[in-house]
Write a protein that binds this ligand. Structure first.
Ligand code: 48N
Length: 299
């Protein structure tokens, strides 16, 4: 008779048997008995404990697109001691990396960023100067699964960053010191209710990877302007693949004390070109942002 699922089961057992539903669902149910409250409490206990514990993080990454996830992967690997918290406004992380271009599914990545594909174990077709992943979702889901498996990474999706926390040091110099958060559905409905105040997460380093388009694109770059920390946006320029990708990777940096911009959000800040449906620079920029974060934390 098939074993009834119990918490004592060693979920890491090596001799995993094929889950044969015919044997287990014969006659009476074969699921272990449960109380509804057990399910609720299992979620509530973990999620709100995480919120409590991550109210102070070491690094917050805003945006779980290709740049934000590449950054999280590299940083969590380089520094397993860091509490890395990713905030993603959408229910589904991944940003624009579920498709290649114009709703077509193959994803183009220019060399040398193919090295990252080999590092995370994503297969591709080699076309000489670039490679093609058969479906963008294969890249994004593989990267996402590795990031989520890391013990020092927490992803809070459906959670929007609504503002930046900005502190002044003793010399009056302003420094980004955290983010202001709310459930995204609340952030999108502020005008429908009386004030629904936000929450906060403080951290010495914020990495913003909120992309260049969409209703919340380039969030932190735009907030720097409205908060008086940046005179004006550079505004993303027209498409030029050969100029855009090195500009984004080389330009990835701490744009104001405590805030690193990475990925396509940087094109709006700097006024660099867009590269269109090629993703090597997102990977390179994310990795550069991870290095920048370590530099800041180590100074
Ligand atoms: O994928 P995106 O939009 O951003 P990147 O920079 O990771 O990747 C950009 C890339 O997909 C391209 O645009 C390609 C290369 N095309 C270039 C071109 O020329 O067209 O991911 C940003 C993520 C999204 O998932 C958003 O939902 C999220 O950031 N986000 C936020 N999350 C939390 N709080 C916010 N305020 C917020 N704003 C955006």
């Amino acid at each position: 008779m098939a074993p009834v699922a119990t918490s004592e089961n060693n979920h890491n057992n090596t001799d995993v048997q094929k889950y044969d539903i015919f044997e287990d669902y014969k006659g009476s149910y074969r699921f272990a008995p449960i109380e509804e409250a057990q399910v609720s409490r299992a979620m509530i206990k973990r999620y709100f404990n995480t919120m409590y514990e991550r109210a102070i993080s070491d690094v917050v990454i805003v945006g779980a697109g290709s740049a934000g996830l590449s950054c999280a992967y590299r940083l969590a690997n380089d520094r397993p001691d860091l509490k890395i918290t990713i905030l993603e406004a959408n229910v589904a992380p991944g940003g624009g990396a579920w498709l290649g271009g114009q709703l077509m599914t193959p994803m183009v990545i220019r060399k040398p960023a193919d090295r990252f594909l080999r590092e995370i174990g994503v297969d591709y077709e080699d076309e000489g100067p670039f490679v093609v992943v058969k479906h963008a979702a294969l890249f994004t889901s593989t990267l996402l699964s590795k990031v989520l498996a890391m013990p020092n990474v927490v992803l809070m999706n459906a959670t929007a960053v609504e503002d930046l926390i900005v502190h002044s040091d003793f010399e009056g110099k302003q420094r980004v010191a955290g983010v202001v958060t709310n459930w995204t559905l609340v952030a999108l409905n502020h005008d429908t209710q009386s004030c629904m105040d936000p929450n906060t997460i403080t951290a010495p380093v914020i990495i913003s990877a909120t992309g260049h388009d969409g209703p919340m694109g380039a969030f932190s770059a735009k907030r720097l302007v409205s908060a008086g920390l940046l005179k004006e946006l550079g505004n993303m320029r027209g498409l030029d693949m050969n100029r855009a990708e090195p500009a984004i990777v080389n330009g990835t940096r701490e744009v104001t004390p405590g805030l690193i911009l990475t990925g396509m959000e940087l094109s709006e800040h700097d006024g660099s070109n867009r590269m269109g449906p090629t993703f090597g620079a997102m990977i390179g920029s994310g990795i550069k942002a991870a290095k920048e974060a370590q530099r800041i934390l180590d100074t």
